[in-house]
Design a protein around this ligand. Sequence first.
Ligand SMILES: *[C@@H]1O[C@H](CO)[C@@H](O)[C@H](O)[C@H]1NC(C)=O
Ligand SMILES: *[C@@H]1O[C@H](CO)[C@@H](O)[C@H](O)[C@H]1NC(C)=O
Ligand SMILES: *[C@@H]1O[C@H](CO)[C@@H](O)[C@H](O)[C@H]1NC(C)=O
Ligand SMILES: *[C@@H]1O[C@H](CO)[C@@H](O)[C@H](O)[C@H]1NC(C)=O
Length: 326
Amino acid sequence: MMSEAIFNAVQFAIVMSAMWSLNDAAGNEEDNHIATACVGRCDFSYSMDCPRGKRVAPRDLTYHAKETSTQCPAIKQNPDIICQSSEECCGYNGGDCGQPFSYSKVFDVFNNCSGYQNCGWFRAESVDFGTHCSYRNHSNYVAASYSCIREETFIDICSEASRQGKSVSLLYNGSVYRGAIGNPQVCHCIITTSDCDSPARLKFRVIDLRLHSFNDIASCEPHSLVMLQDTATSQSLRCQPNFFQKGFRDVFYSSSPYVRVSLYNQPGMYPTQVWLEVTAKLSTVDVIVTCGSSQPENVLLCGNDLPLYSEDYENKTSTISSGQGH
Ligand SMILES: *[C@@H]1O[C@H](CO)[C@@H](O)[C@H](O)[C@H]1NC(C)=O
Ligand SMILES: *[C@@H]1O[C@H](CO)[C@@H](O)[C@H](O)[C@H]1NC(C)=O
Ligand SMILES: *[C@@H]1O[C@H](CO)[C@@H](O)[C@H](O)[C@H]1NC(C)=O
Ligand SMILES: *[C@@H]1O[C@H](CO)[C@@H](O)[C@H](O)[C@H]1NC(C)=O
């Protein structure tokens, strides 16, 4: 009896740990979604929804056109009187014509969606495709792809905090400081791998890099930037008017297991929002992110102590744009 109970308990434990590791693996996979909506009267709005505990990371926003058919007629003059059913006409298909949203439209959608648990309902607009699509002259549906990212992987770049995981999201939410009056400052985070002796390096992707002055895609402060430095190289990501990086684009591979991220900001002014993701390029190794003035224990093992930029910042703001300042 006794041994059977133990046997069952052990078996149960094995099953449980197998389930845990499955869950764990699934938790690290990207949780990708696509929302579509038709132009016209019937199914004209789309939204992005993540389950509890996860947040929307918008990826691509595209106008699409599908081949015309009796169920999905061409949109002649007034799209508002056309009725198209999403099942028949507006499911995303790889062969459909596509045209990305303008950056200013994407900026607005990011404003409403990036980092929230859900957002919507946005009306699907129709745009003129000119001659570039043989199916239709105007788009007949809109597709929004997005990922849901676990909130527990988030860290505020301007906080005094630490986070460890397979991947960590570094965030700055400009709205928090809306109405604040503050001097320009630099927030730092130090990122190392959990095992400095492993060959694992750090990979950074941009999810949302709106370095612009509050909510205005046309407005860039010359000092608004993010700097990524490892022990050998550095990379500055700068604000560009009417453009921003997004969509999990790779921006930096480190050459050491140590990187410093510096975000130049002025509370109440810029940037609008920043969301970077860092992962270690070996699945057996975690990343450890420590923001603020506290130093993680393994910093000295993983990298040299890089010079800080914050000291010079206020007095040398005009020379920072040269990019190589010390
Ligand atoms: C999103 O939010 C902004 C205000 O922050 C608003 O002007 C805009 O119309 C909203 N909707 C969309 C679809 O971008
Ligand atoms: C950013 O901060 C504002 C103000 O605190 C808050 O209302 C909003 O939900 C935050 N945005 C995200 C994406 O968490
Ligand atoms: C597209 O527009 C052109 C010129 O306005 C017109 O001749 C043509 O029939 C239209 N094509 C479709 C598929 O509606
Ligand atoms: C910046 O300049 C001011 C005077 O212009 C000076 O008092 C201050 O010490 C300087 N700060 C640094 C960090 O050099």
